[in-house]
Design a protein around this ligand. Structure first.
Ligand code: FAD
Length: 277
């Protein structure tokens, strides 16, 4: 496993919707449990960045050659589970806020917003929809445009107004962090200050599919790696799992399901002809 420890599972969130952890499990603790478990079965972990990949040979002799920041690795199969990159606002103490007071996913953290003061940061229909959806949990929702001016469709705008959501069309000047990851207020360019308990960033994540593109693997319009039901990509021997495979359902449960499907398919692929059923 080549991993540079920069993904979504490296922030401060407690995952409360993953089966088997009734009190939730910290994202990094789950990573450590997984690593300990895999090491017991002989898996090696390389703390490095994969920078490029090529394929050499054909058919059963095909090998994938992965260049990493700590050397070259070769394998008969390649599984891409590179996740996505988020674009959270950056300010002093922002890293510590991610997963503690700064979020993006209503499925993951909406319930925690119950009765809280929530600000949604974003300028488009997606941001407006997120603000409206959060009304399920709290009536204290404010929508603040980010770096760009509000561009919300007429119908959606009407819904936002009709449901009493306060809107501000000027970006945030200052994010006030009380320390220990607790974002407590935003100051807008207009000078107005908004107190909050949780910030939901209505961002559009970027799939980390550069390695797939180097192998000419098919990707969707948004850049996600296209797979079949067994997580095989359009290039034989390459599989993909997790957030990098689809626009929706960015959840640990989905990533684990796809990882299990891919692992079973890889296992079968690696059997010799006389072993296959
Ligand atoms: C704030 C926050 C709260 C969340 N809350 C929840 C929740 O409550 N419940 C839930 O189910 N989900 C939650 N999620 C989503 C969940 O974290 C993701 O769905 C899950 O981590 C996806 O797993 P993944 O393995 O596909 O990607 P990731 O966890 O992002 O892992 C990808 C890995 O690939 C590595 N990588 C990428 N490119 C390279 C490269 N070129 N070389 C080396 N390594 C590389 C990264 O370092 C990273 O370790 C949350 C996410 C965030 C950010």
């Amino acid at each position: 496993v080549v991993d540079d420890g920069s993904g979504r599972s490296t922030w401060h969130q407690i995952n409360r919707n993953y089966l088997g952890f009734p009190d939730g499990v910290h994202a990094t603790a789950l990573r450590e449990l997984g690593e300990t478990q895999a090491r017991k079965y002989g898996v090696d972990f390389l703390d490095a960045r994969a920078v490029s990949v090529t394929a050499e040979g054909t058919d059963r002799d095909k090998l994938f050659v992965l260049q990493t920041t700590r050397g070259t690795l070769k394998g008969r199969t390649l599984m891409l589970a590179t996740g996505v990159s988020d674009s959270f606002p950056e300010f002093e103490g922002s890293d510590e806020c991610i997963g503690k007071s700064m979020f993006w996913c209503i499925f993951c953290d909406g319930y925690e917003a119950t009765g809280q003061r929530v600000v949604v940061l974003g300028h488009d229909d997606h941001a407006a929809a997120l603000a409206l959806q959060l009304l399920v949990f709290t009536d204290q929702v404010v929508l603040v445009a980010g770096d760009e001016p509000l561009t919300i469709g007429e119908e959606r705008l009407r819904a936002v107004r009709d449901h009493g959501i306060e809107m501000h069309d000027c970006g945030c000047e200052v994010f006030q962090c009380a320390g220990e990851g607790r974002l407590e207020a935003l100051r807008l360019a207009s000078g107005k200050e908004i107190s909050l308990d949780m910030l939901f960033v209505a961002q559009h994540a970027e799939p980390n599919s550069q390695l797939a593109k180097e192998l000419n693997i098919a990707t969707s319009e948004e850049g996600y790696i296209v797979t079949d039901a067994e997580q095989a990509t359009s290039v034989e021997g390459v599989y993909a799992a997790g957030d990098v495979t689809r626009l929706h359902s960015h959840q640990i449960t989905s990533a684990v399901h796809e990882g299990a499907m891919a692992a079973a398919a890889v296992n079968h692929y690696l059997y010799d002809e006389w072993q296959r059923d």
